[in-house]
Design a protein. Structure first.
Length: 194
């Protein structure tokens, strides 16, 4: 109720001010709006207020909007609403940014974990075995050393170069092939291996 009284009192003061700025008398305003001089006086003294049609006439007469006439600062209301919308948009932007960072971070972690687990799975410790054959033939000793992995694939061959040439040991891929051929060679030639 107080707000309505304030608006009404304020309206009367505004009408008086606008009439004086326009250099019009109460009679002239009354004539232009088809009301009595007493009605204009009552508006200015805040005893009554104009109806909507009379407000339209006052707005045209003083060349201001009805909002300006009653000091309804629509710009302030719009600015406040725009400010609130901007604040809300800023908050939504921050939330979306956080969610996006969270999702991207999750994908990166999943990719890194996948790479790490694949690396661990494929990088098992390889078992390396070394077999050494000491062979004897015609009172001469020959040594052959074979290093191989868990799949029996030769990693390294070493030992007597003479046997490499005779048996062409470098052509074999698997350790059991080399060992079997060396033992077989010594057996058929009267030698032995241990």
């Amino acid at each position: 109720m107080k707000e309505g009284i304030f608006m009404q009192n304020h309206l009367g003061n505004k009408l008086l001010e606008l009439r004086k700025q326009s250099k019009l008398t109460q009679e002239e305003v009354a004539e232009k709006l088809n009301v009595t001089r007493q009605t204009v006086s009552n508006w200015e003294l805040n005893q009554t207020k104009p109806d909507i049609e009379q407000m339209k006439g006052l707005s045209k007469l003083y060349k201001i909007s009805i909002d300006e006439l009653i000091d309804n600062d629509i710009k302030e209301i719009i600015n406040e609403k725009v400010s609130n919308v901007e604040k809300l948009a800023g908050l939504i932007y921050k939330i979306l940014k956080f969610i996006l960072i969270f999702i991207i971070g999750g994908f990166v972690l999943i990719i890194l974990a996948t790479i790490l687990f694949r690396t661990i799975a494929t990088t098992s410790i390889e078992m390396i075995t070394t077999d050494t054959l000491n062979c004897t033939l015609n009172d001469e000793n020959y040594i052959i050393e074979v290093k191989y992995n868990e799949n029996n694939e030769i990693l390294e061959l070493g030992g007597c170069g003479k046997l490499f040439n005779i048996l062409d040991l470098e052509k074999y891929k698997y350790s059991d092939q080399v060992i079997d051929n060396v033992i077989h060679y010594f057996e058929i030639n009267g030698g032995s291996c241990n």
